[in-house]
Ligand binder design. Structure first.
Ligand SMILES: [Zn+2]
Length: 96
């Protein structure tokens, strides 16, 4: 649905998402309940094929629809922990 921008004489402009062709010329301002007139603005057209917009869209989408993780983090091994030292006394140190 398109985004319509309205301007109140006393307040700032605000946007409403309405079905196409149903936006009235005047709506009530959400702040002061006065009349707010619809503004004619440039459409928000973007090049959706670029990788930058794909990344932005993915980041925005992850806020509402986080991806389900069905496997463990890559590089994490299970079982015996790797040895970082050859000193046998280090094996007696407490583990997290
Ligand atoms: Zn207002």
């Amino acid at each position: 649905m398109p985004i319509y921008e309205f301007l109140c004489a006393d307040c700032l402009s605000f946007e409403l998402i309405l079905p196409m062709g149903t936006a009235p010329d005047v709506v009530a301002c959400p702040t002061c309940r006065g009349d707010a007139r619809r503004r004619i603005t440039a459409p928000h057209i973007s090049r959706t094929a670029s990788s930058a917009f794909a990344l932005i869209d993915a980041a925005n989408r992850s806020a509402h629809e986080p991806a389900v993780v069905d496997s463990k983090k890559p590089g994490v091994r299970t079982g015996q922990t790797p040895r970082y030292t050859s000193n046998p006394l280090h094996q007696k140190l407490p583990r997290p």
